[in-house]
Write a protein that binds this ligand. Structure first.
Ligand code: SF4
Length: 281
């Protein structure tokens, strides 16, 4: 197919395109941050990505705007600039474990916010990237409707999935999400056999309680059908603080998570039989 065969007229709202990224998937990647998220995690480090529309903010005493609307054509032209770094046909790679990730070429990562919220209108772009054998990964909370997940399952090669809490009331009252929808979606990803990296934010006073830790371990142990490459435990941080201030929001306050607890959680998590690592960003 030629470029004109794809309908690149739909528009998406993004906050940033980060080139030469090394932390959002295998190889050298271009990460597209899509604006909008249905959750309200109190520890979110990307508060500028939660509301789906543009937002004014103040930096260096100057008013600026979070959010830019781009057509799929404009987005494609931007992300394809680094195509040389994505070289390699992904259909030639067999991904069975975390070590295989290191052999993959770079590619595109869709992040946010929640990228699934805009993915249906992005399908012409995803089709084009797929036709060019460019590796695509997504960082998702999975709090999105079934059709959006289906679109992702058709095109995305690698899923980075958050597990925050498996407590229904916590999800409803703190995260503002429906745990049943999340469970249904994560089971669909597991059943698809697509490679998955599980990311678990460990946040003092929110997700670090023994009960939640054990519930997540039990859930992963029971997920024998999944193609989980590894688990990353993400220690809380305050790297988003300046963004909260720029938006005039109160900054998040955590009670703190010690390195000792992170090590303990890591040892507990190894009982799943999966590869586990602690990440500090
Ligand atoms: S799911 Fe991610 S982007 Fe959305 S509020 Fe939670 S941390 Fe922020």
């Amino acid at each position: 197919m030629y470029e004109n065969d794809y309908d690149f007229t739909p528009k998406v709202m993004i906050t940033n395109i980060q080139r030469f990224s090394l932390h959002d998937g295998p190889g050298i990647r271009t990460t597209v941050f899509l604006k909008g998220c249905s959750l309200r995690c109190p520890w979110c480090c990307n508060p500028e990505n939660i509301k789906p529309d543009t937002q004014k903010y103040i930096k260096d005493d100057t008013e600026k705007v979070y959010g830019t609307e781009m057509t799929l054509k404009e987005l494609y032209d931007e992300i394809i600039k680094d195509k040389d770094f994505y070289a390699g046909n992904i259909s030639e790679y067999n991904i069975r474990n975390a070590k295989d990730l290191g052999n993959l070429p770079g590619g595109i990562t869709f992040s946010g916010g929640e990228p699934l919220l805009q993915i249906k209108k992005m399908t012409p772009l995803l089709q084009k990237l797929k036709d060019e054998h460019i590796h695509m990964s997504i960082e998702t909370s999975l709090y999105a409707d079934e059709e959006s997940l289906d679109a992702a399952l058709e095109y995305i090669d690698l899923f980075y999935i958050d597990i925050k809490s498996l407590d229904k009331e916590f999800c409803k009252n703190i995260l503002k999400g429906d745990l049943n929808r999340y469970i249904s979606n994560i089971q669909a990803v597991f059943n698809s056999k697509k490679p998955v990296v599980i990311r678990i934010p460990v946040i003092g006073g929110y997700t670090d309680e023994q009960e939640n830790r054990q519930a997540i371990i039990d859930f992963l142990k029971a997920s024998k059908n999944a193609n989980i490459l590894k688990i990353e435990l993400l220690k809380e941080h305050d790297l988003g603080k300046s963004k909260y201030i720029s938006l005039g929001y109160d900054t998040p306050i955590y009670i703190g998570v010690s390195d000792k607890l992170m090590e303990k959680y890591c040892e507990e998590m190894k009982k799943t039989g999966l590869e586990v690592e602690i990440c500090h960003i």
